[in-house]
Ligand binder design. Structure first.
Ligand SMILES: C[S@@+](CC[C@H](N)C(=O)[O-])C[C@H]1O[C@@H](n2cnc3c(N)ncnc32)[C@H](O)[C@@H]1O
Length: 311
């Protein structure tokens, strides 16, 4: 594999996220396998299929000048290929040319699998799939399709129209790595310091402008202690990370008619809140919601160190 195709990203939290996704994949295809639906997996930020990890070496045993040992572990796309029972259709989307080439080679190892690779922007491709596939049946597909979608961006790449399109299918279960750190970093402490680029990015990810009203409150200036005049310069963000995460959950609940579970909070290696792993169901059928949420809740609540809040 060329250096371009090697994908180094994440850390221990990545293993945990992928572990949860892998558990859901297997229970999902098992639960739905005899129900007549065509089961699809869509990976909108598929990467290369693998993740290169550097293993710690003991200085005592390492040759002087030796390169650290690296291993490639399965990424989301490879986990999907390995799922048993298999997905009937898979769509893998990746923008980067090198990683896309790695996905093409990965596909060759699974000749029996029906896989569509798309090199392009995740938002465009996912919206097209959501609006164009016969989720609720067609002449050749009487029962229609059910889908599992993984949104795993580096940061703030997913726009709200994509989330709405997914929810609108009423047929997709979504696992979404929501960029909590991106949100609280773009939302400066003083409202006046949010520049046009940051505001546009937050509007795009959240699909609304009302977060400003929700997250910021006027704080009186010392000279204004009695007048309490509301002034743009005195508005500060009173929404902390918990409040921002709860806001995102409410936004998702406003469009997903099945369910949105409380997320699993993911922390980075330094103990800072990094992302919220959300599970949402577009399908409103009570029986499907009962089964899907029971499984996903168990997976989300299974403990791990990077989910615990640092002391
Ligand atoms: C966090 S990585 C995904 C890792 C992958 N899910 C895995 O487990 O191996 C994010 C990936 O999204 C790709 N990417 C970034 N922006 C994109 C976009 N707008 N559309 C599609 N892919 C994009 C990056 O090249 C990168 O490979």
């Amino acid at each position: 594999m060329s250096a371009d195709e090697q994908h180094r990203f994440g850390g221990r939290h990545t293993d945990e996220k992928l572990n949860k996704l892998g558990q859901y994949m297997a229970t999902y295809t098992t639960a739905l396998k005899d129900q007549g639906f065509v089961l699809a997996y869509i990976d909108a930020f598929a990467g290369s299929g693998g993740r290169v990890e550097t293993r710690p070496t003991l200085p005592l045993f390492a040759e002087p000048g030796a390169e650290p040992e690296t291993v490639t572990v399965a990424g989301s796309a490879r986990l999907a290929f390995e799922t048993k029972p298999p997905f009937e259709v898979m769509v893998l989307v990746e923008k980067d040319a090198g990683r896309f080439a790695a996905l093409e080679r990965l596909r060759e190892s699974y000749p029996d699998q029906q896989v569509k690779l798309a090199q392009g922007d995740a938002n465009e491709v996912v919206q097209k799939l959501c609006r164009g596939l016969p989720w609720h049946g067609s002449a050749t597909m009487p029962k229609g399709m059910r889908g599992l979608l993984f949104l795993d961006p580096y940061g703030m790449e997913v726009n709200w129209q994509t989330i709405e399109a997914v929810a609108g299918t009423q047929a997709i279960d979504l696992w979404c790595f929501f960029p909590l750190m991106g949100l609280y970093r773009q939302a400066a402490r003083e409202q006046v310091r949010i520049d046009a680029t940051k505001r546009a990015m937050l509007n795009s990810v959240l699909g609304t402008t009302d977060w400003e009203q929700d997250w910021y409150q006027p704080i009186p200036r010392p000279s204004d202690m009695f007048g309490l005049m509301e002034d743009e310069a005195t508005r500060v963000r009173t929404a902390d990370v918990n409040a921002i995460e709860a806001y995102v959950q409410r936004r998702l609940q406003s469009v997903f008619k099945g369910a949105v579970l409380p997320p699993s909070r993911i922390y980075n290696g330094r103990g800072a809140p990094l992302a919220s792993l959300f599970f949402a169901m577009a399908n409103p059928a009570p029986k499907a919601v009962a089964v899907g949420t029971r499984i996903a809740r168990h997976i989300l609540n299974s403990g791990s160190s990077s989910q615990r809040r640092p002391r």
